[in-house]
Design a protein. Structure first.
Length: 292
C-alpha cells in the first residue's frame, strides 16, 4: 500500500484536521455512546407493553428485526453529535463528499448485484442443505424494501463510526495506515467477538470481522467516501439477514433459514471459507468499480 493509493482520503481527513486531538476523539466516543444509550432507552420505554406477549427486540420477528436494524440510526446520530460538539464538523463530512459518495455507492452496488446474480445460478443452489422456508414469499416481498432500508441504516452506522469518524480522526493525527486502519479494525473485531452466541467459532468470526474492517478501510481510503464500503457491507449483511439466516439468530426478515444453528460449529466453520472468498471478490470488484 502506498500513500498515493490513499490520496483520495485527504478530502475526508481535511475536515478532521482542525481538531485532531486524541482527547477529543475519546470524548467523542463517550458522547456518542451516551447518545446511543439514551435514545435506545427511550425506544425501549416506548415499546414497553406494545410488543406482543413473549416478544422482545431480538430480531426473531419482522417487527423486532426492523426495530433492531433501524435503531442503529441512533449510532449515526451519536457520531453526528460528537463530530459537531468535539470537532466542529458536520455529519456530512464523515461520509465524504455527498455526490461522489452516492455515485460510488450506486456503482459498487450495481457491480455486486450483478456478481450476486451470477453466484445464484452457480451450484450448490441451496448451500448444500435443505433450506427451510421462513417467511411467505408475498410477505417477504412486501417487507423487503423496509428490510433493505434497515440493513442500509445498520451497515452505514457501522461504517460511519469505524471507517468514518474513527478512521478520519486517527488519520488526522497519525500518518501511518497501521494506526488509522489497524485500530478501528481491531475495535470492529472486538465488537464482533461473541462467545456466548458463536461458541468455538467466536474467535474465527472476530478475526474475520477484523479482516473485513481492513478491507472496508482500504476501500474508503481509496474512494475518499464511505459509499463503496457501505455498499459492500450492505451486500454482506443483506444476504445473511434478508435471504438465508440462522434459525436462532436475527431471522425475522429472512426468506429462508438453515437447518443448522449457531451451535453447529463444525458445519458453520466449513462454510466460512466460502463467505470469506465471496467478500474478497466483492472487495476486488468494488476497487475496480471506483476506478472507473
Amino acid at each position: 500500500m502506498t500513500r498515493n493509493a490513499y490520496i483520495a482520503q485527504e478530502a475526508m481527513v481535511s475536515a478532521a484536521r482542525a481538531y485532531p486531538q486524541l482527547w477529543r476523539l475519546f470524548a467523542g466516543l463517550i458522547l456518542a455512546a451516551i447518545v446511543v444509550i439514551a435514545l435506545n432507552s427511550a425506544l425501549m420505554a416506548f415499546l414497553a407493553g406494545r410488543l406482543s406477549a413473549g416478544e422482545s427486540v431480538q430480531g426473531g420477528s419482522p417487527l423486532t428485526m426492523l426495530v433492531t436494524l433501524y435503531s442503529f440510526g441512533f449510532l449515526i446520530v451519536g457520531v453526528g453529535v460528537s463530530a459537531r460538539a468535539l470537532h466542529q464538523r458536520g455529519l456530512e463530512t464523515v461520509f465524504g463528499p455527498l455526490i461522489p459518495c452516492m455515485v460510488q455507492f450506486r456503482n459498487v452496488a450495481l457491480v455486486i448485484v450483478a456478481l450476486g446474480a451470477v453466484l445464484l445460478i452457480l451450484p450448490p443452489y441451496n448451500m448444500g442443505m435443505e433450506l427451510i422456508p421462513n417467511t411467505p414469499v408475498r410477505v417477504w416481498l412486501l417487507l423487503l424494501p423496509f428490510g433493505l432500508l434497515g440493513v442500509i441504516i445498520q451497515s452505514a452506522a457501522e461504517e460511519v463510526l469505524f471507517r468514518g469518524y474513527l478512521q478520519q480522526q486517527l488519520a488526522a493525527r497519525f500518518r501511518s495506515p497501521l494506526i488509522w486502519i489497524g485500530i478501528p479494525s481491531a475495535l470492529f473485531a472486538a465488537g464482533h467477538y461473541l462467545p456466548a452466541q458463536a461458541g468455538d467459532n467466536a474467535l474465527i468470526i472476530a478475526v474475520w470481522s477484523g479482516v473485513f474492517g481492513v478491507l472496508m478501510a482500504d476501500l474508503t481510503a481509496r474512494a475518499g467516501t464511505l459509499g463503496p464500503a457501505i455498499a459492500v457491507h450492505v451486500a454482506n449483511n443483506a444476504s445473511a439477514l434478508l435471504i438465508v439466516s440462522l434459525p436462532d439468530s436475527l431471522n425475522g426478515l429472512a426468506l429462508y433459514v438453515t437447518p443448522i444453528t449457531m451451535s453447529d460449529t463444525e458445519t458453520l466453520r466449513a462454510w466460512m471459507p466460502v463467505d470469506f472468498a465471496t467478500t474478497f471478490v466483492f472487495w476486488l470488484a468494488a476497487r475496480l468499480a471506483i476506478r472507473r
